[in-house]
Design a protein around this ligand. Structure first.
Ligand code: SF4
Length: 336
C-alpha cells in the first residue's frame, strides 16, 4: 500500500475539523489539548481548552497557579488526576527545565501523566518527530483496514499495532499523518463506519472479509465496582458543612458534603432520624466504578464539628472545586 499515507493526508487536508490546537506548534498548547481531550468529547474539551489557554497562556502561568485554581477550572471534566498531573508537570518544566518544554518523545515521556500516546502526539505535532500515535481511533481504523483479530488490549496486540503504525508513518509527514490517522478513525472509521466516504476503502480487508462489526477485538471487560455514597447536606442559618477529600483515589483534594459510604443503598441507621428528606438516588459512572449517591437533608448544624469540616455560607460552595456529582446536585436543586 505504497500510496496509503498520501491518500489519508489528502483526505485530511480536505476534511479535517478546524480546532485551535491544530493551528499551533506551541508544545505547551498541544500538550494541554491532549491531556484535556483524553476521555472527553471534542465539543466539551474545546471549551476547557479555551478556558485553560485563557487562564494560563504560558506554562509559567499554569505553574504559578494554585492547585485549587487549576481544579476549579477543571471542574466538570472528571478524572481529576489529569489536572493534578498537568499542574505538577508545569511546575517541573518551570523549576527543573528552566521553563523550556521538553522537545523529544523520550523527554516528553518523563512528564507525569504522559504515556506513549500523548508523547507521540506532542512530539509529532509540535516537533514533527517521526513517532506514530496509536489511540482508540487508530486501533479501530487499523484493526479493520488490516482485519487484525489480535486483542488491542493485550501486550501482543499493543506491540503489533504499534509496529504497524510505525511502518505506515515511515515515508509520511509525521504531524499530518498522525492527525489524519486519528481523524479518519474519529470521523470515517468510527464505531459505525462510513465506508462509502473512506479514501482507502479499496484496501480494506475487514470490508472485503465482512468482519467490520467484529473489529477491533478486546480481551477483557473492565471490572466495575459499585459504591454507595450518602452525602449529608446540613442547612442552618444559610450555612452548610463541607469537607475536603484527602484520601487517594477519585476526587482527591476536591470538596464535598460530609460523606458516609456504605455497602448497600440503604440509609445508615446512625443518621436516619436526623434527615428531613433525601434526594433520589443519583447514578454516576466512572471508568471502574458506579457510584450511587443520595443527598440527605438535615435541617441542623452537626452536634460536633470534625476538625476537617468547614462551615461555609451556602452560596460560597461554588468557590470550591467540587466533583461533578455534587455540582449536578446543586444545579438540580437550584432549578427546583
Ligand atoms: Fe473503516 Fe470502512 Fe474504511 Fe474499512 S472501508 S477502513 S471499515 S471506513
Amino acid at each position: 500500500m505504497a500510496e496509503f499515507h498520501l491518500l489519508i493526508a489528502d483526505w485530511y487536508r480536505q476534511n479535517h475539523r478546524e480546532l485551535p490546537w491544530r493551528d499551533t506548534k506551541n508544545p505547551y498548547f498541544i500538550w494541554l489539548s491532549e491531556i484535556i481531550m483524553q476521555q472527553t468529547r471534542i465539543e466539551q474539551g474545546l471549551n476547557y481548552y479555551l478556558k485553560f489557554t485563557n487562564a494560563y497562556p504560558t506554562i509559567q502561568n499554569l505553574a504559578n497557579a494554585s492547585e485549587q485554581d487549576v481544579l476549579n477550572n477543571w471542574q466538570g471534566l472528571g478524572y481529576y488526576s489529569r489536572a493534578r498531573n498537568l499542574h505538577f508537570s508545569a511546575k517541573f518544566v518551570v523549576n527543573e527545565l528552566n521553563g523550556k518544554f521538553p522537545a523529544t518523545y523520550n523527554e516528553i515521556m518523563q512528564l507525569k501523566g504522559v504515556g506513549t500516546y500523548t508523547a507521540a502526539a506532542v512530539a509529532s505535532f509540535a516537533y514533527n518527530e517521526r513517532c506514530a500515535v496509536v489511540d482508540g481511533n487508530v486501533y479501530r481504523f487499523l484493526s479493520r483496514l488490516f482485519d487484525i483479530a489480535t486483542p488491542i488490549d493485550s501486550t501482543q496486540g499493543k506491540k503489533e499495532f504499534q509496529l504497524l503504525a510505525d511502518e505506515l508513518i515511515k515515508k509520511a509527514d509525521p504531524g499530518t499523518h498522525n492527525q489524519a490517522m486519528m481523524e479518519m478513525g474519529s470521523l470515517i472509521c468510527s464505531p459505525k463506519p462510513d465506508c462509502e466516504a473512506c479514501p482507502v476503502q479499496v484496501h480494506c480487508l475487514a470490508l472485503k472479509n465482512k468482519t467490520i462489526s467484529e473489529r477491533p477485538i478486546k480481551s477483557k471487560k473492565t471490572k466495575v465496582r459499585d459504591r454507595y455514597f450518602h452525602y449529608l447536606v446540613h442547612s442552618f442559618d444559610g450555612k452548610t458543612i463541607i469537607t475536603k477529600r484527602t484520601e487517594k483515589g477519585i476526587w482527591q483534594n476536591m470538596y464535598q458534603f460530609p460523606l458516609i459510604e456504605t455497602e448497600s443503598a440503604e440509609t445508615p441507621r446512625t443518621i436516619s432520624n436526623e434527615i428531613s428528606f433525601s434526594s433520589e438516588v443519583q447514578k454516576h459512572i466512572l471508568s471502574h466504578q458506579r457510584i450511587f449517591a443520595v443527598f440527605h437533608h438535615i435541617d441542623n448544624a452537626p452536634k460536633t464539628l470534625d476538625s476537617d469540616h468547614l462551615e461555609i455560607n451556602k452560596v460560597e460552595i461554588q468557590d470550591y472545586p467540587l466533583p461533578r456529582i455534587i455540582d449536578r446536585y446543586l444545579e438540580d436543586t437550584a432549578n427546583q
